[in-house]
Design a binder for this molecule. Structure first.
Ligand SMILES: Nc1nc2c(ncn2[C@@H]2O[C@H](COP(=O)(O)OP(=O)(O)O)[C@@H](O)[C@H]2O)c(=O)[nH]1
Ligand SMILES: [Mg+2]
Length: 292
């Protein structure tokens, strides 16, 4: 068999399980996952390597109508991903009905193979799933519709074999050792952001950005120093919490996940800083890694 390689872009509404699916398929915890919409803000590649193939998955933000510059960048990643796929995975969750007409039309007119992945079928009745399959076959004529549970890894082998069938013959695009295009710094900053999204309510998750100030790897220990940016003084107080308690909890949980991911002890130091308009500042967004 000749070597196969290609880009598989995962498109869908917020919170349907795109990041859960990519992590499950790649077998690594690359993208952060929370029950909140807009957890994923970047395009994150997850690379699945085998002797005969390389599947380059793109995990993406959920489809959204931008309200500020950061969200415009997020939508920009989706727009690019609508043009550079070898295969689309259009992901919905069981029971979902809404879709953006313009996105569906772009995919249908592209001539690029698409699989509609109905996720979270662990929460749904079998008869309802059959109805859903029919419905999405009408929205994406000619597309194969596959029910899965990304969380419980149900039907993922089937999905992967369908993907491999449609994957074009190409030499690998990335080193076969690579599992992502993102740096360790990026992944650890995302781990902190995941804990912030999980532990704080209301507007805080959407007001926070994390930047790694230093990442120093010693023989037994990795020393990481991070900034947590918020938009207002009051948010800073909430993030730190009484006597620093809230921030300490975030730090402890983040450190544990970092140690599991990096396979080494981690010393994590975090500071909170107010930056009023970071979500609309091109300069800061660039610094936080939102290119174009
Ligand atoms: N019950 C169930 N929950 C899931 C499944 N896949 C993802 N989730 C949950 O759905 C939420 C959103 O998942 P996430 O991967 O962040 O969605 P994304 O916004 O599309 O990337 C999280 O709470 C996941 O644990 C699934 O197959 N079954
Ligand atoms: Mg996501």
């Amino acid at each position: 068999m000749n070597h196969k390689a290609g880009f598989v872009n995962i498109i869908g509404n917020p919170n349907v399980g795109k990041s859960t699916l990519m992590n499950a398929l790649v077998g690594e915890r690359l993208s952060i996952i929370t029950p909140k919409a807009q957890t994923t803000r970047h395009r994150i590649l997850g690379i699945l390597n085998d002797e005969d193939y390389q599947v380059v998955f793109s995990d993406l933000p959920g489809i959204l109508s931008p309200g500020y510059r950061l969200q415009e960048k997020m939508l920009g990643y989706i727009e690019t991903a609508l043009t550079d796929a070898d295969i689309f995975l259009y992901m919905v969750e069981a029971g979902e009905k809404a879709y953006k007409e313009n996105v569906v039309t772009k995919i249908n007119n592209s001539g690029i193979p698409v699989f509609v992945v109905i996720n979270k079928i662990d929460l749904s009745e079998q008869t309802l799933i059959q109805e859903q399959i029919k419905r999405w076959q009408q929205v994406f004529p000619g597309a194969e519709v596959i029910p899965v549970s990304a969380l419980h890894r149900f039907n993922l082998d089937k999905l992967l074999s369908l993907i491999l069938n449609k994957l074009p013959e190409n030499p690998p695009y990335y080193d076969k050792e690579d599992i992502t295009d993102k740096s360790l710094r990026f992944i650890v900053s995302e781990i902190i952001r995941e804990k912030v999204l999980l532990y704080y309510k209301q507007e805080i998750p959407y007001s926070v950005e994390v930047a790694i100030d230093s990442f120093k790897e010693g023989p037994d220990l990795i020393k990481i120093s991070a900034w947590i940016f918020v938009m207002r003084e009051t948010q800073k107080m909430i993030v730190i919490g009484q006597g620093g308690k809230a921030l300490k909890k975030v730090g402890t949980e983040a450190r544990k996940d970092m140690e599991a991911f990096l396979g080494k002890k981690v010393f994590l130091e975090m500071n909170v800083k107010v930056s009023k308009d970071w979500r609309d500042s091109d300069r800061l967004l660039k610094r936080f890694g939102y290119e174009n």
